[in-house]
Design a protein around this ligand. Structure first.
Ligand code: CAA
Length: 698
């Protein structure tokens, strides 16, 4: 048995210190030890006040994620919280670090709450598809009002200690360590020199029932068309906190929590949460240390290069941008400046910090300016010749030990690395546009990339606030391969009888923010056209090829930027309208191929899209391009708009059932063998009674 709390009693103050590294998560052992410590302090006649604090980096940051999806073990957190609330002796909590989820609920049950200035407090349960189930939905609105409580619980976003004080969520922001301040307050209380805030003195927001109900009504209206089950249930619970007697309110919350925890949405969100934590775990990374990076060179000042430079600058690096001439450089630097001005306008950056930051930004038109760079990220035109020439030149300029990265989205990183005398230093860093915003970074590890270079890429991603996913070298890595399969499946449907508008509606209805043809219009149809042209000579002539996209490009329909693509765009408009000319192009293609259009339902569109993505994911796993299924899911969730509450294609395949989806693929393969043939991995898993999730091995 491990003791996860330490208790010391001095002059009537029992200090209970939670010590359950790394983040004092409220696992079963800790819950049990807390209960024991509380009962002992209650029974000890010499104890008059209990101080509850935490050792290490943080106050409990929530439930123990290792217990997610496991059968609950006694005592439950609601029982611990009730015991704190019912304690006849005052309990003062002293928070620091992150008071999140169950951790904040524990504090809400106490009589007095103190926090040090760096504390962040939040209830992120909604992001896991659940609600605060240990009294949070009942206690928080009473303490800070329904409106503010709903804001915190439906967004899941944490707030700083100073804001928590303004809201009345805590009683004081301490100067220095919260634990010492709590002990001083307890001692002063015992000595009769200070009184603790009593429940009677706190504002009871229930007194203003009409405002409370108005906040509930507004929150319900604000939900819009969201199909997530947790937010409406959080609102119901806050309403119950006003309308029901206390105990019934807690029971209502409990029922709602149990209902949510077993929904597929909560399972998918838990999966996404765990996938994020798992992605950085690779044996090679555990054994190596990243290289030191202070100065970064970015080659290219276009949309991607300037986005990457912005992200690096914002993360505190010195950045040098390289462009081919002064004009392009000025334009590139101006893009970075505009991005940072936007951060100032949004209140994310002060004007003074903006100025200091800019002193770390420079630009040049000669590669020699990169002589001192620790990392160079090439974001030039997507063409192998262009990129290999740049890498050959870099080889002669950059200091030994610098990491050389290419931001290619499809090209062969092994060949790019071979253009240098130091392939071990070369890696792919596939950013997503806009790079200062998008969370995903595909780390493409080439055959000869050294492990410390991979470790450096993961450390960089962490500092940039991005999710790094390891990928192997192939055409399109993880994300663009799955995307290509998705588009191929929907292109087949276009020829077979669906319209692009119907397909987009079906996929938006399924949870994507945009349909595949809306995305193509936004990105520009010429990008994928260029790629198809590049691959044309290697294409198997027996493979089904849909030329509708090529036809549209030849008509100058290159997407939003041309005012027309799959949709028609009014001057400057970002959403388009349906265009009969596109339907004519599609109809002509069908006629040319002798295809009789058939009726296609939304359900079929969604099913084929999922089957195509999951099957490509299975191939990617077989080829070891991705280390695990959850990495594929993570790429799709963070880089391609796959709905997080569906967990990603591999998680969805598990949910639908591998046997069922494999049979569906077999049916489709009768129409088109090459594309739809199920990867061998399906059979291997099915035969052994396993799922994709079983390959995620933590
Ligand atoms: N349970 C168990 N382990 C956890 C954990 C948790 N809740 N949160 C983090 N850890 C572990 C991480 O896995 C990591 O372990 P390794 O070093 O072995 O990889 C270690 O703690 C450090 O984590 P980070 O690298 O993320 O540390 P950080 O300092 O960058 O961030 C943090 C700290 C802000 C607390 C961050 O870890 C975090 O956001 N954690 C999750 C918090 C959360 O969402 N908790 C659940 C709330 S919901 C809830 O509580 C529901 C309920 O009651 C039923």
């Amino acid at each position: 048995m491990v003791d996860t709390v330490r208790v010391s009693t001095t002059d009537g103050v029992a200090t209970v210190v939670i010590d359950n590294p790394p983040v004092n998560a409220l696992g079963a052992d800790l819950r049990r030890d807390l209960m024991t410590a509380l009962r002992d302090a209650e029974a000890d006649a010499s104890v008059q006040v209990i101080v509850l604090a935490a050792a290490g980096r943080t106050w409990p940051a929530g439930a123990d994620i290792r217990e997610f999806g496991q059968p609950p073990r006694d005592p439950w957190l609601p029982e611990v919280c009730s015991a704190v609330a019912a304690c006849p002796k005052p309990v003062i909590v002293a928070m620091h670090g992150n008071a999140l989820g169950g951790g904040l609920e524990l504090a809400l049950a106490a009589h007095v709450r103190l926090a040090d200035p760096g504390t962040r407090l939040g209830l992120p349960e909604v992001t896991l598809g659940i609600l605060p189930g240990a009294g949070g939905t009942q206690r928080l609105p009473r303490l800070i009002g329904a409106r503010a409580a709903l804001g915190m619980m439906t967004s899941g976003l944490p707030i700083p200690a100073e804001r928590a004080l303004e809201l009345g969520l805590i009683d004081a922001v301490t100067e220095g360590e919260a634990r010492l301040a709590a002990q001083r307050l307890a001692a002063a209380h015992i000595a009769g020199e200070a009184s603790l805030p009593s429940a009677a003195e706190r504002p009871d927001h229930r007194m203003d029932a009409s405002d409370w109900l108005a906040a509930v009504t507004e929150a319900r209206k604000g939900l819009g068309v969201s199909r997530l089950p947790a937010p409406p249930r959080i609102i119901d619970c806050v309403e119950a906190a006003l309308l029901l007697p206390e105990e019934e309110g807690f029971a209502y919350e409990r029922t709602a929590f149990e209902e949510l925890v077993s929904t597929p949405e909560a399972a998918a969100l838990r999966h996404a949460f765990l996938a994020e934590r798992r992605a950085a775990r690779h044996p090679e990374l555990a054994a190596t240390k990243p290289r030191e990076i202070a100065e970064i060179g970015v080659i290219g000042g276009g949309l991607m290069g300037s986005g990457i430079a912005t992200a690096c600058l914002a993360a505190g690096y010195r950045v040098t941008m390289i462009e081919r001439d002064d004009q392009a450089l000025t334009a590139g630097l101006a893009r970075v400046a505009t991005n940072r001005d936007r951060a100032v306008a949004k209140g994310q950056l002060s004007v003074a910090d903006r100025e200091t930051e800019w002193s770390r930004m420079s630009g040049a038109t000669a590669m020699s300016a990169l002589a001192g760079a620790d990392l160079v990220i090439e974001a030039a035109f997507e063409d192998e010749g262009v990129k290999t020439a740049i890498f050959a030149e870099l080889d002669g300029v950059v200091k030994p030990g610098a990491v050389l990265a290419t931001n290619t989205s499809y090209l062969d990183v092994n060949r790019i690395a071979a253009a240098t005398s130091r392939p071990g230093d070369v890696i792919g860093l596939h950013f997503f546009s806009p790079a200062q915003v998008m969370k995903l970074l595909e780390v493409v590890v080439a055959e000869r990339t050294s492990p410390d270079v991979t470790a450096t890429a993961f450390a960089l991603a962490k500092r940039l606030g991005k999710v790094a996913v390891r990928a192997g070298v192939c055409d399109g890595f993880i994300g663009n391969r799955v995307l290509t399969a998705y588009r191929t499946a929907t292109d087949f449907l276009l020829e077979d009888g669906a319209s692009p508008y119907q397909i987009d509606r079906a996929m938006v209805g399924w949870g994507f923010p945009l349909g595949p043809y809306q995305v193509l219009d936004m990105a520009g149809l010429d990008i994928s056209w260029a790629r198809r042209t590049r691959l044309a000579e290697h294409r198997d002539p027996s493979e089904r090829y849909v030329a509708i996209g090529d036809r549209l490009c030849k008509l100058g329909r290159l997407g939003q930027k041309a005012g027309r693509g799959y949709y028609l765009y009014a001057e400057g408009a970002r959403t388009g309208t349906e265009d009969p000319e596109v339907l004519e192009v599609i109809a002509a293609e069908r006629t040319a191929k002798g295809i009789e259009p058939r009726r296609i339902t939304e359900a079929e569109i969604q099913r084929r899209a999922l089957a195509a993505m999951a099957n490509e994911g299975a191939r990617i796993l077989e080829e070891k391009i991705a280390a695990r299924p959850s990495d594929i899911d993570l790429v799709m969730l963070t880089g391609y708009g796959f709905p997080r509450w569906r967990g990603g294609p591999m998680q969805m395949a598990d949910q639908v059932g591998l046997l069922e989806l494999r049979d569906t693929l077999r049916d489709y393969a009768r129409e088109e063998e090459t594309f739809w043939r199920p990867a061998a991995l399906w059979d291997e898993l099915i035969k052994n009674g396993r799922k994709f999730a079983d390959l995620n091995a933590d």
